[in-house]
Ligand binder design. Structure first.
Ligand code: HC0
Length: 574
């Protein structure tokens, strides 16, 4: 360890730590705006500047390493004045429409202005920039009038996702974040993952909000409005209501949705079990009949779009299964509608997802099993929180309630879909039992758990070595796909999720400010909710879900049947 003094206190921190990290260990907060650990370590915003005894200039704590005997000061009057000036300068070219801003209350710039006593006065006269909103993408809006040029979004798009469709255009005062040739985001090969929104400190990036359309549909007596909730929403939503990260709010969420006024409160998890039935059947079919291997999962729409744009020669590896979101919508408007005698045209199918790419997915071709869209409106976890608040519901006072039948019944295999490796584990639980004809003694495939970007495992099943791999985050996906392409790896089955850590860390989940995110295992903590939820379930294998068995008996026949293919499968574009 290295010994130093911070604000006169003796501090000891591991060698290689930055001043920011050492201060954090000592319980001293140094403000940051641009810093994102391992992604955006550029020391550009100058909020984290500190004094180091003997140094000629102020240094950026986020990138400056500690040394033995160093003396650091983090809160001198000079530093506070400097940070105030930085904030005043940022505000001098910021639209300051805080009241109407989607981030008001959890904006990192607003928070720092409050802490440093910087108000909305106009500190500097002079020219300001004005930008049109970019609303060209299906899933989000870019408002450069609120951008502080921190470049977190740029770094995330390029490094985490390996995409890089946004960057700094122009120089000096005219610098703005945008796409090449100032194209609209919707005209680029952006995959709609929303990871840029998740890291934005201000209201410059936000999802297209559909909460009002849902309230309008609910108020319309001619509409039958049904909601489904993705696995990861229950693991994130609580954060919007003050619960600690890692709180499972499944029961309160179901209660809230009922009080918002949905006619049925169903669960995407039901359709995740259905996906496993179809996908395991497809895998076994490809293995037995010499089909294209490896089979790659198709439930993450950001990943699908990425594959179509960047690896078009690999789309034949993709499972033909629609995602659980879309399978749910397809069964809602065919099976459920027929069973209940409801005209599918009257049904408004709403999904709540931790994902922004789901807004894009609902508009893809061939996602309309009943001749109308499988899903009409996809909202994020954040929008759901707004919907609940706008409906005057005291979330924390709600009882725990259950989902409705039949499309609310699910197994432990389904809920883990939201964590990287979860779809793989769920598929293995079913495929292994089908292949061997025997019950698994242990359902936990721990090799594919955990938040590492790429995981590999091999299982001997009925005398055959089944090789699997799991990747999350698209830069990791690229690494894995290149290994497959070059022949270096010969997997049978691959799970890919577009967001690092899987859906629990999706672009539609509650935003986590930089000063928390940089020091917290957000993915692991949220994933633990799903694994605990799984462990507590009486049924933990998709093929044992009674509601899914009934669906096959009453409607679809066998997994992989003609009817299943018509309603639950799709194709891809190159
Ligand atoms: Fe996911 Fe899904 S698990 S993509 O990660 O497969 O968004 O949570 O809903 O569709 O089930 C997201 C999460 C889902 C789907 C499911 C899958």
């Amino acid at each position: 360890n290295i010994n130093l003094k911070i604000n006169g206190l003796d501090v000891s921190a591991p060698a290689g730590s930055t001043i920011l990290e050492a201060a954090r260990l000592a319980g001293i907060k140094i403000p940051t705006l641009c810093f994102l650990k391992e992604i955006n370590e550029i020391g550009a915003c100058r909020m984290c500047i500190v004094e180091v005894k003997g140094a000629r200039n102020l240094v950026a704590a986020c990138v400056h390493p500690i040394n033995e005997g160093m003396e650091v000061y983090t809160n001198t009057p000079q530093l506070i004045a400097s940070r105030r000036r930085t904030l005043q300068l940022l505000l001098s070219n910021h639209d300051q429409q805080c009241l109407s801003c989607v981030r008001s209350g959890d904006c990192e710039l607003q928070q720092l202005c409050k802490e440093y006593g910087v108000d909305d006065a106009h500190y500097y006269e002079g020219e300001t920039t004005h930008y049109e909103l970019d609303e060209t993408a299906a899933h989000m809006v870019r408002d450069n009038n609120k951008c502080i040029l921190c470049r977190r979004c740029v770094a995330t798009c390029e490094k985490t996702q390996g995409i890089g469709v946004i960057g700094a255009n122009n120089r000096g005062f005219d610098t703005m974040i945008g796409s090449a040739f100032e194209m609209g985001l919707g005209d680029t090969s952006c995959v709609s993952c929303g990871q840029c929104i998740a890291v934005c400190p201000t209201g410059a990036l936000y999802e297209k909000d559909y909460t009002q359309q849902i309230l309008d549909a609910i108020a319309d007596p001619d509409k039958y409005v049904v909601v489904q909730t993705a696995p990861s929403v229950r693991a994130g939503l609580g954060e919007e209501f003050g619960y600690p990260m890692g709180t499972d709010v499944e029961g309160k969420m179901a209660a809230a949705l009922r009080r918002v006024g949905f006619d049925k409160v169903f669960d995407t998890d039901w359709a995740a079990d259905l996906t496993i039935m179809e996908e395991a059947t497809e895998l076994l079919d490809r293995v037995k009949n010499g089909g294209v291997l490896p089979l790659i999962t198709s439930c993450s729409p950001g990943w699908i779009k990425y594959c179509e744009h960047y690896f078009p020669d690999m789309t034949e590896h993709l499972s033909s299964c629609k995602s659980p979101q879309q399978m749910f919508g397809a069964m809602l408007k065919t099976y459920f509608a027929e069973k209940e005698g409801i005209d599918p045209k009257k049904i408004v199918s709403v999904s709540v997802m931790p994902c922004t790419a789901k807004k894009f997915e609902i508009g893809r071709d061939d996602q309309d099993a009943a001749g109308v869209p499988d899903v009409d409106i996809a909202i994020t976890t954040r929008e759901l929180a707004r919907l609940i608040k706008r409906s005057g519901i005291e979330f924390t006072m709600l009882p725990d309630e259950k989902f409705d039948d039949p499309m609310g019944e699910s197994t432990g295999a389904a809920v883990i879909f939201g964590a990287t490796g979860g779809v793989m584990e769920a598929a293995l639980r079913t495929a292994v039992e089908v292949l061997t004809g025997e019950e698994l003694a242990n359902l936990d495939f721990t090799d594919v758990r955990g938040t590492e970007g790429v995981k590999e495992a091999s299982y001997n099943v009925a005398g055959m070595d089944v090789k699997v791999a799991v990747a999350s985050g698209l830069n990791n996906a690229r690494t894995l796909l290149n290994k497959v392409k070059s022949g270096e790896a010969d997997y049978h089955f691959i799970e890919i999720m577009g967001c690092p850590g899987g859906c629990v860390n999706g672009g539609g989940q509650p935003q986590v400010s930089g000063d928390v995110r940089n020091f917290t295992d957000v993915r692991g903590i949220r994933a633990s909710v799903l694994y605990n939820n799984d462990a507590a379930k009486p049924i933990r294998k998709s093929h044992e879900n009674p509601a899914i068995k009934k669906l096959y008996e009453e409607y679809l026949g066998e997994p992989g049947s003609h009817k299943a293919h018509e309603t639950l499968h799709t194709s891809y574009v190159k």
